[in-house]
Design a protein around this ligand. Structure first.
Ligand code: XLS
Ligand code: MG
Length: 343
């Protein structure tokens, strides 16, 4: 238990505070200013959507896109930052109203595929082999709208096409059970890993586990992580927190349930997460009430909580835990963990 962790977040995690019920409440921070803030806050890597890296993809040729991505790569190099992954943003275009890969319209499916290939080119130019697929609209509002067997086959085919397009990339699927859809096709870690088995190269398909998404599925994020670790499929994480079954809150890590956060840190540390270059990614939103000059505290707080929980986990009396387990005295273990968190 002595590994070192390195952290990332995406530029969308510094935001203006708009929500579905109201407009922006903070000034926009330029992309360059955001990048300049990473190191000072203790972050060494950046997560990207395709159009975070190359804004306004529409109308640009493939070579223009790659040139722009390469110039971003040198800016990252100058700042001492690495790109962690690139994710195609498949949920905002009018062509993906009914989903991308699982759309009933073949033109939409073709668009989703083209856009995903562009993301791969961008990742390549940014020097990362990791593609994240958060499949926002791959699901339904009503059961009868799509055929779930066909949809699953279409997802597998799309992932295979991406793998075949570039033999070096790895794809981490980010499961989420709902929102924006009523039901999403890849709701859990198990679904994501199993989908990988239907593709042309299962070895290159893994998962990213977002704490809030697991909680929304009624699952414990640390157990989901353990499941993925056992399959050697946990290639990145999106840590945050979530207060029960409601909209996806992306709260600061540990801010709702410290013990749940503790167990995520613990399972990662116990099984040497990071030894193969995996990053600790955050996906957190600032509260809308936060003023401009203090609108990055959710990021630094999340990182601080991770490090403090790591300290607790590493200094805890493991032999006492073992004793409780041997005696099958889980009440005693329960209190011991709570006291350790209170200390
Ligand atoms: C949204 C997702 C998104 C992905 C990247 O809920 O978490 O942020 O991580 O597309
Ligand atoms: Mg996420």
């Amino acid at each position: 238990m002595a590994g070192k962790f390195k952290f990332t977040f995406g530029p969308w995690n510094i935001h203006e505070g708009a929500d579905v019920f109201g407009p922006m409440v903070r000034k926009s921070v330029s992309f360059d200013k955001k990048l300049e803030s990473y190191k000072g806050m203790g972050f060494d890597g950046v997560q990207f959507h395709d159009d975070d890296a190359v804004p306004v993809l529409e109308g640009k040729s493939a070579s223009e896109i790659v040139t722009e991505a390469k110039s971003l790569k040198s800016r990252l190099d100058n700042l001492g930052l690495s790109a962690e992954f690139v994710a195609p943003r498949l949920w905002e275009d009018p062509r993906t109203i009914d989903g991308g890969f699982t759309s009933n319209d073949s033109k939409s499916r073709a668009y989703a595929m083209e856009r995903s290939k562009i993301s791969i080119d961008i990742a390549n130019a940014l020097g990362t082999d990791l593609i994240v697929l958060w499949l926002a609209r791959e699901g339904t509002y009503i059961r009868e709208a799509k055929d779930s067997k066909v949809a699953t086959e279409r997802l597998a085919e799309a992932v295979s096409n991406m793998l075949d397009y570039n033999p070096k990339i790895r794809i981490s699927i980010e499961p989420k059970p709902n929102e924006p859809m009523d039901h999403a096709y890849l709701p859990t870690t198990g679904h994501a890993i199993a989908l990988g088995m239907l593709t042309s190269d299962p070895n290159r398909v893994g998962v990213v586990i977002e704490s809030a998404h697991a909680i929304l599925a009624g699952l414990d994020p640390s157990d989901e992580m353990g499941y993925a670790l056992a399959h050697k499929k946990l290639w990145t994480v999106h840590l945050n927190d979530q207060n029960g079954l409601k909209f996806d809150q992306d709260k600061a890590f540990g801010s709702v349930d410290l013990r749940r956060a503790f167990n995520q840190v613990r399972i990662l540390d116990k099984h040497d997460y990071g030894q193969n270059g995996e990053w600790v990614g955050l996906d957190v939103k600032a509260m809308r009430t936060q003023k401009d000059d203090v609108a990055t505290k959710h990021l630094t707080n999340s990182r601080e909580i991770f490090m403090r929980l790591l300290d607790i986990s590493r200094s805890i009396d493991e032999s006492y835990i073992q004793k409780c387990i041997e005696a099958r005295d889980y009440e005693e273990l329960d209190l011991f963990i709570m006291k350790s968190l209170l200390a």
